[in-house]
Design a protein. Structure first.
Length: 279
């Protein structure tokens, strides 16, 4: 048992030391409960905190990758929708040139079909020029490919090739000034429109493949990000049930520590009462 004197109350000093240690543990437990983290700063565990911080940086980078891929998916989806419209317009154009190739038609009827033909070509131009998403257009003449980030280090990318579906381009084939006045001229466009329909279908297939690649990578990046977040949680998250139980135990220990300190501080009063009895 520690020796007490008038100058030094070793029991009180020991009780105070124990109480301070309990208060520090209570502060730690309360921080875990408030933040949900067992390691919230480098001073808690520098090595583990550094690992978790590195993984957080990876997750943040994957967020930028996700945004890049999502922009690509949206741009390709817009291109696919517009491309489908182009394909439908070409089918209508085919009906016009086929009808106009009928030699029994009179001039006014063929002229009406020609006006429809030119209007449909103009609609293709309008559709392709407006197939934009966030400044990206994959269907116009001179359109660039879309390149999306594929990993957090920017060392891997996914490229979706642009498909020129504009009037006068390699896929549609018609010139912007195309027209017909005779059955022979109209019949000459049949092979052109058939090839255009085939080319546009091939282009849409390529865009669809690109869209699928982007979607698959988007799913992978999402799963990877979720896995990394789970790993971070395993490293630094607090066990809330355990922390709550520990806090209750420490609070009880704190109350007992206060009582012990009070008893130890009362020993000097006991000594003083002994001197009063001597008098």
């Amino acid at each position: 048992m520690p020796l007490n004197s008038v100058n030094t109350n070793s029991d009180a000093a020991l009780a105070l030391q124990n109480l301070n240690a309990t208060n520090a543990q209570i502060s730690t437990a309360q921080t875990e409960i408030n933040t949900g983290l067992s390691i919230s700063s480098a001073k808690d565990n520098g090595a583990v905190w550094a690992i978790a911080q590195g993984q957080r940086a990876q997750v943040a980078s994957l967020s930028a990758v996700t945004q890049s891929i999502q922009r690509g998916v949206s741009a390709v989806d817009v291109a696919l929708s517009a491309g489908q419209t182009v394909s439908d317009l070409l089918v209508q154009i085919k009906t016009k040139v086929l009808a106009a190739s009928d030699t029994s038609l009179n001039t006014s009827a063929r002229l009406a079909l020609n006006n429809d033909f030119k209007s449909l070509l103009a609609q293709i131009t309008t559709v392709t020029n407006n197939a934009n998403f966030n400044g990206v257009n994959l269907l116009t003449n001179g359109a660039g490919n879309y390149t999306a980030l594929a990993n957090a280090d920017a060392t891997s990318v996914i490229t979706v090739k642009a498909e020129n579906l504009s009037v006068g381009g390699p896929n549609v084939g018609f010139s912007a000034t195309a027209s017909f006045a005779t059955a022979t001229q109209a019949q000459g466009y049949i092979s052109t429109v058939n090839l255009a329909i085939q080319n546009v279908s091939t282009a849409l297939g390529a865009l669809g493949t690109g869209s699928n690649a982007l979607s698959a990578q988007l799913t992978f990046v999402g799963n990877l990000s979720a896995t990394l977040n789970t790993g971070i949680g395993n490293l630094v998250d607090a066990d809330m049930a355990q922390a709550s139980a520990q806090l209750q135990a420490l609070q009880t220990k704190q109350q007992l520590g206060v009582q012990a300190l009070s008893i130890a501080n009362g020993e000097s009063s006991n000594l003083l009462s002994l001197f009063k009895n001597i008098q």
